[in-house]
Design a binder for this molecule. Structure first.
Ligand SMILES: Cc1cc2nc3c(=O)[nH]c(=O)nc-3n(C[C@H](O)[C@H](O)[C@H](O)COP(=O)(O)OP(=O)(O)OC[C@H]3O[C@@H](n4cnc5c(N)ncnc54)[C@H](O)[C@@H]3O)c2cc1C
Length: 420
């Protein structure tokens, strides 16, 4: 009998797994993907949406275009999984529930923002994990800039809670947006340029990246006039700003919350065993139990005895590993443990600059890392026409031209959904 494979989630891991499985299963099974949205969000470019350097079509790709045509897509929210009955129930956009029977279940549901119980953070901060988040952040900053120019009371400063790579990516994107504003807005803004306050609980930025990367980033931010508060934590978030543990209140247009991730509510509700931070416990072959697999941010996977980093790079490598092990399981062949050597990490910092960790401990700083970031992600855009349009846009200055537009194309569904 042909195997029915249901994949929950169509992010970096789920999409890769579906596309790796579909051709290999061709006559041996059917692949169904469940996704909350009908598009694939390319997270590394979310910073460009904040900066106004990209529009939605360069950041989000219709799943029906990027999924292998043999894969069936069901757009809806996972309602529950019945492990004994081997059935996943999905709530469709019209509110109806659809049951999907499976022989193999692949869980690739990603992660959620962790607020650690900080008062006001969930309600008043902006996360950095969805199209809605990026657009909501842009709107808050652009509104504050207009207010400042008209003598209003909104502060255009921004607090970034968390100095890991996501925090520095968003700080860099905000710097690009504010730099553009600084050129074209009037005297009020020029007299007092907005400040980005990066608040990090540890004593160094980008924990885990080798020297001299953290020192370079800190010096760059300070040279730009940004405030880097190390060894400090945001203790409360209010609509008008953030209060630090020491009591200092920073008035701000927005507090961006990038201070941690945790298992999403959908993962918490699954009837399977948990590992670290509520993620699903998996064996070295990435199996949760017989016929159930987990990968990406929602899986507590190990590589070389250590925790696998929560990155797109690992989610995609785990997806390839699950796809080949699943086929091996169907053919009755022995399974292979997951292995992937981390290639490195590149963090864009704005103004075309960046930092990159290459391999275990080589560092690239400045323009070369910025270029590497853009070239690498450009190469990963699906389809030649998207790549060509992206390059043409940059060559003709389109990103600069749209940076400050507060238009319906950008306000599309912003803030319609509670933060993820
Ligand atoms: C702003 C940002 C920038 C990043 N930049 C980089 C980078 O440069 N390099 C890098 O390697 N990593 C980067 N990462 C990390 C990387 O994006 C994640 O580690 C990766 O996306 C994990 O893949 P995943 O498949 O596990 O989860 P995701 O890609 O998050 O996919 C999860 C999927 O599950 C769906 N889903 C969730 N709940 C439900 C539900 N209840 N019902 C139905 N569907 C559901 C979601 O809609 C989504 O499609 C970045 C992350 C962020 C937020």
């Amino acid at each position: 009998m042909a195997a029915r494979v249901v994949i929950l989630g169509a992010g970096h891991g789920g999409l890769r797994c579906a596309n790796a499985l579909a051709p290999r299963l061709a006559r041996r099974g059917a692949v169904t993907v469940v996704a909350r949205e009908n598009y694939f969000l390319y997270y590394p470019f979310l910073r460009d949406l904040v900066a106004g350097a990209a529009d939605l079509t360069e950041v989000a790709f219709p799943l029906r275009e990027v999924l292998d045509p043999r894969v069936r897509l069901v757009v809806g929210d996972l309602a529950r999984v019945d492990a004994q009955g081997r059935e996943a129930r999905v709530r469709l956009p019209d509110g109806e529930e659809r049951a999907l029977r499976y022989d193999h279940l692949v869980i690739a549901l990603g992660s959620s923002t962790a607020y650690h119980g900080v008062p006001g953070a969930r309600e008043s901060a902006v996360a950095f994990k969805s199209v809605d988040d990026a657009l909501a952040l842009r709107l808050r900053v652009l509104d504050a800039l207009e207010s400042e120019e008209s003598g209003g009371r909104l502060s255009p400063d921004v607090v970034v809670a968390g100095g890991s790579y996501a925090g520095l990516e968003v700080a860099g994107a905000l710097h690009d947006l504010l730099r553009r504003a600084h050129r074209v807005y009037g005297p009020a803004l020029r007299a007092r340029p907005p400040v980005i306050h990066v608040v990090e609980g540890e004593r160094r930025l980008l924990g885990g990246m080798p020297d001299p990367i953290p020192e370079y980033v800190q010096a760059l931010l300070r040279r730009r006039g940004d405030d880097v508060a190390l060894g400090e934590r945001v203790a409360a978030v209010e609509p008008g700003g953030a209060r630090l543990q020491g009591g200092r209140l920073i008035p701000a247009a927005a507090t961006v919350w990038v201070a941690g991730v945790e298992a999403s509510p959908a993962v918490n509700a699954l009837p399977f065993q948990r590992g670290k931070e509520g993620r699903l416990r998996v064996d070295p072959m990435l199996r949760v139990e017989e016929g159930v697999w987990a990968l990406g941010d929602c899986a507590d996977a190990r590589v070389g005895g250590k925790e696998a980093p929560m990155t797109a790079q690992h989610a995609e490598a785990e997806a390839e590993s699950v796809a080949s092990n699943l086929v091996r399981a169907l053919l009755g062949r022995p399974l292979l443990p997951y292995h992937h050597r981390t290639r490195g990490l590149i963090v864009p910092l704005g103004e075309g600059l960046g930092v990159a960790q290459v391999g275990r401990d080589r560092a690239l700083l400045g323009r070369s890392a910025g270029l590497l970031w853009r070239a690498f992600h450009l190469s990963r855009l699906p389809g030649a026409s998207r790549k060509a349009r992206y390059v043409a846009g940059w060559m003709t200055g389109a990103p600069r031209q749209r940076a400050l537009i507060r238009a319906p194309a950008f306000t599309f569904r912003a803030s319609s959904r509670p933060p993820s």
